[in-house]
Write a protein that binds this ligand. Structure first.
Ligand SMILES: [Zn+2]
Length: 273
């Protein structure tokens, strides 16, 4: 998950109460978010609220301050500048970060993706600008606006399956640590598992799964990469969570190491889909 760095360096040009979110790309390949943050800190007229690259995201102008970013539509929008990468790997990383930043901001406003538009849309809708970004940048890497919209949607729903190896390990660990103490309800867990639902809460993820052999559903909980379990420290809390999400705690059992490895393999496959 991308953390937006709070680093206000520019006050924009007056009050803003946005109704849209504008997505740009910088048209300055190789220049980083930090480079833009530094430029904007020097009383630069065309600073935008947020900027992100392939490693970082900065919040540089207060969200209630007007930015000169899309021409005549300036008073309608908050915005993000996506820094332009010089290779496909950085492009891919940068798109993930940009989508997370936009999702966080849409969520903060209570907006869905229909409030998000490219600079190109603002140019055509309001005039006063002929910029078409970020389309040329996306096209250069075989990417599209529709794909970006879908990615932001996924981030908003918390159902993207990008899981690191460390996370997978922690999911497996949590299977052991959250099994009810002294439970004799041990099932022959085998592949394949089917993920019924993924819920994101407080920086962690819960997976509701179904064992296709037994037809039984179960829950797996993982919170942070360091195995902190705030929010679900007790069995009662876990039960309440399961109840709220239609997951049956009675089918949640202790796994052996082999069974848990099978589960990790399943999640690994799911992560690649
Ligand atoms: Zn632009």
């Amino acid at each position: 998950m991308t953390t937006i760095r709070e680093d206000i360096v520019n006050q924009g040009h007056g009050y803003l109460s946005p109704v849209y979110f504008a997505v740009h790309s910088t048209a300055n390949p190789g220049a980083t978010a930090r480079n833009h943050r530094d430029l904007w800190s020097r009383n630069y007229d065309y600073a935008v609220h947020l900027v992100s690259d392939w490693t970082d995201a900065y919040h540089c102008v207060p969200y209630n301050r007007l930015c000169w970013q899309v021409g005549n539509g300036n008073a309608t929008c908050e915005g993000l500048e996506i820094c332009e990468a010089t290779n496909a790997a950085d492009f891919a990383k940068g798109i993930q970060i940009a989508a997370e930043v936009v999702a966080q901001r849409l969520k903060a406003h209570g907006w869905s993706v229909d409030r998000m538009h490219p600079h190109q849309w603002f140019s055509r809708t309001y005039g006063g600008s002929d910029h078409t970004d970020p389309m040329p940048y996306f096209t250069r890497y075989g990417y599209s606006w529709d794909k970006f919209v879908n990615l932001v949607k996924q981030k908003l729903n918390g159902d993207d399956m990008a899981i690191s190896k460390d996370d997978l390990y922690n999911i497996a660990m949590s299977v052991w640590t959250f099994a009810p103490k002294g439970s004799s309800n041990k099932q022959p867990y085998g592949n394949p598992y089917e993920t019924l639902k993924r819920v994101t809460r407080g920086g962690g993820h819960a997976y509701a799964t179904k064992n296709s052999k037994t037809g039984k559903t179960g829950g797996i909980w993982w919170l942070t990469p360091t195995l902190e379990r705030h929010g679900f420290g007790t069995w009662a809390e876990w039960e309440a969570f399961c109840k709220a999400n239609d997951m049956a705690t009675s089918n949640y059992t202790i796994l052996t190491e082999t069974e848990s490895n099978n589960l990790v393999q399943f999640l690994s496959r799911a992560a690649k889909e």
